[in-house]
Design a protein around this ligand. Structure first.
Ligand code: FE2
Ligand code: FE2
Length: 193
C-alpha cells in the first residue's frame, strides 16, 4: 500500500513537471517556423528540432532542480539553435557558423517571440567560449544551457544518451502532450518519438 502511494506520488510529480514544462513551451513548439527545424540535420541523424527539444527539456529540468529560471531554460533551450538551414551544406568555414549561429537564432527568436533578458543571453552565449570577445555570461541559466548543449551534442553524435532522453521525454513530457494534442503531429511522427 505504502509502495503504491509512493509510486502514485512519483507519477503525480512527473505529471506536474510535464504540465509545467508544456505550459512554458507550448506556443513555441506549435509555431510553424519552429517546426521547420525538423527539416534540417544537426548532429549525426538528429534533426535540429530534436536537438533543441533535448536541450530544452534538460535545461528546464536542471534549472528547476537548482532553483533557477526554469521557464527561461525551457524556452531558450528550444530557441538556442533557431536557424533554418543545414549547416553541413554551408560553404563558409565551419567556424563561421559556430560563431554566428547564436546571433541568427536570437534574431529569429525575437522575430516571433517575446524574450526575457535571461533567455536572450542564454541563446546568444550558449556556445561559450566560442563567442565573440569571449563574453562571460551574467546568468547561471546560461551556464546551464552551455553545459547541456555540449552534453546533448556529444550524446547525439555518439548516439549514447538519446535513449535516456527519449525515455524521459516520452514518459514525462511530450509523450503525454502528444495524446493531448499539444505537440504537432509532425513532431510526433519524427523518428525520435
Ligand atoms: Fe548552437
Ligand atoms: Fe545546440
Amino acid at each position: 500500500m505504502a509502495h503504491q502511494s509512493i509510486k502514485l506520488k512519483r507519477c503525480l510529480a512527473k505529471y506536474e513537471l510535464y504540465q509545467e514544462y508544456i505550459s512554458y513551451v507550448e506556443d513555441i513548439l506549435n509555431h510553424p517556423e519552429v517546426q521547420r527545424m525538423a527539416d534540417f540535420a544537426h548532429h549525426g541523424t538528429t534533426s535540429t528540432l530534436e536537438h533543441v527539444m533535448h536541450v530544452s527539456y534538460y535545461t528546464f529540468f536542471l534549472c528547476k532542480k537548482y532553483g533557477l529560471d526554469a521557464r527561461a531554460g525551457a524556452r531558450a533551450g528550444l530557441l538556442h539553435d533557431f536557424f533554418l538551414y543545414d549547416w553541413h551544406e554551408k560553404e563558409d568555414p565551419k567556424i563561421v557558423h559556430t560563431l554566428y549561429h547564436p546571433k541568427i537564432a536570437l534574431k529569429n527568436a525575437e522575430k516571433y517571440f517575446e524574450l526575457s533578458d535571461v533567455e536572450r543571453e542564454m541563446i546568444l552565449l550558449h556556445m561559450y567560449p566560442v563567442v565573440e570577445g569571449f563574453k562571460q555570461p551574467k546568468y547561471k541559466e546560461t551556464q546551464v544551457i552551455q553545459m547541456v548543449d555540449k552534453i546533448c551534442a556529444v550524446s547525439e553524435v555518439l548516439k549514447v544518451v538519446p535513449k535516456l532522453v527519449e525515455r524521459r521525454l516520452q514518459k514525462i513530457a511530450l509523450g503525454e502532450a502528444v495524446s493531448l494534442g499539444l505537440v504537432p503531429v509532425e513532431v510526433h511522427q519524427s523518428r525520435f518519438f
